[in-house]
Write a new protein. Structure first.
Length: 263
C-alpha cells in the first residue's frame, strides 16, 4: 500500500504545478477529485479541517457510504460519528506535518468491528503550506479474522497435543522427531529436547525397523493414507516397550500416535 500512497501523493502534488503559458494553476480540485475517484485503493483527501475534498470509489464502497457526493465537504467526524478519540489525535499530528501508518480497528455504529491498514500524510499547496491530509486505507477485516481463527485453531491443537493421554509426535518425512508431547516422552524415557534430536529410526527396535520404514515409504509415495501396527521401541534406559502405532499424513509431515504400550 505504501507504493500506491506514494504514487497518489505525487499525482496530487503535480496538480499544483503552474501552467507555463498562463502562469496559472490548473483547476486543482477538479483534477484531484478525478485522480482520487479513479484510485484502485480506498483513498480520501481532506482539507485542514478534516472535511472531505475527494474520495475514491473504493473508499465509498469499503465504508458503505452510498455515493461520493454525499460526503464531499462533510467532516470525517460527521461521516463517522463512531470514530474513536485516538483518530482525532492522529489527524492533528498529520496536519502538523507527520506521516503515519498503522493497522487499527474501530467499531461501527451497528457494532461491527472493522480492521483497516492505513497510511496518512499531509498534502501541501504550491507555496508549501499544509493544505490538508491524504488517507490511503485497506480493509483487512477478513485477513485479521482469518489470522485469529488460525491462531485459535493452533492454540486448541497445542492444548489437545500436550494434554493427550497417549503419546503423540510430529515426524518429518526423513524420520526426525519435530515435536513430541509429554506422554510420548514418558513412554520412551526421553526429555522432549533430547528426543527431538533423534529420529524414529533411532528408537525403533532393529527387528521392526525394516518393516516400519517400508510402511512409511508406502505412505510417502501416496499408496496408503495411514496405517496401524505394533512395534517395539527402545527406551533411553535400554528397556524395550511395545507400542500400538497409528500413523497418518498431515501437511506433508508424518504424524505418529503411540496409542498404547506393553512391557
Amino acid at each position: 500500500m505504501s507504493a500506491i500512497a506514494d504514487f497518489w501523493h505525487a499525482s496530487i502534488a503535480s496538480a499544483f504545478r503552474p501552467r507555463r503559458r498562463k502562469g496559472e494553476y490548473i483547476s486543482w480540485i477538479d483534477a484531484i477529485r478525478d485522480i482520487t475517484e479513479q484510485a484502485p485503493a480506498a483513498v480520501a483527501m481532506f482539507d485542514d479541517k478534516m472535511r472531505f475534498l475527494a474520495v475514491s470509489r473504493r473508499f465509498v464502497s469499503d465504508n458503505e457510504l452510498g455515493e461520493a457526493a454525499k460526503v464531499i465537504s462533510r467532516s470525517i467526524y460527521e461521516t463517522f460519528p463512531e470514530m474513536p478519540p485516538r483518530w482525532r489525535e492522529i489527524h492533528v499530528r498529520v496536519l502538523a506535518g507527520e506521516e503515519l501508518s498503522e493497522e487499527d480497528y474501530f467499531q461501527r455504529q451497528d457494532g461491527r468491528i472493522q480492521w483497516v491498514r492505513w497510511s496518512m500524510k499531509p498534502w501541501r499547496t504550491a507555496d508549501a503550506r499544509i493544505g490538508g491530509a491524504m488517507l490511503f486505507a485497506e480493509s483487512i477485516t477478513q485477513q485479521v479474522e482469518a489470522r485469529r481463527a488460525l491462531a485459535d485453531s493452533e492454540a486448541r491443537f497445542r492444548v489437545t497435543f500436550e494434554n493427550a493421554p497417549v503419546g503423540i509426535g510430529l515426524v518429518a518425512p526423513d524420520g526426525r522427531w519435530l515435536r513430541v508431547n509429554q506422554a510420548m516422552c514418558r513412554i520412551l524415557g526421553y526429555p522432549a529436547d533430547e528426543l527431538t534430536t533423534k529420529s524414529f529410526q533411532d528408537i525403533t527396535h532393529p527387528d521392526d525397523l525394516a518393516a516400519s520404514v517400508a510402511r512409511v515409504d508406502q505412505m510417502c509415495a501416496g499408496k496408503v493414507d495411514r496405517y496401524e501396527a505394533e512395534e517395539r521401541y527402545l527406551r533411553k534406559d535400554g528397556a524395550i516397550v511395545w507400542g500400538g502405532l497409528t500413523v497418518g499424513c498431515a501437511q506433508e509431515r508424518r504424524v505418529s500416535r503411540l496409542s498404547r504400550q506393553c512391557g
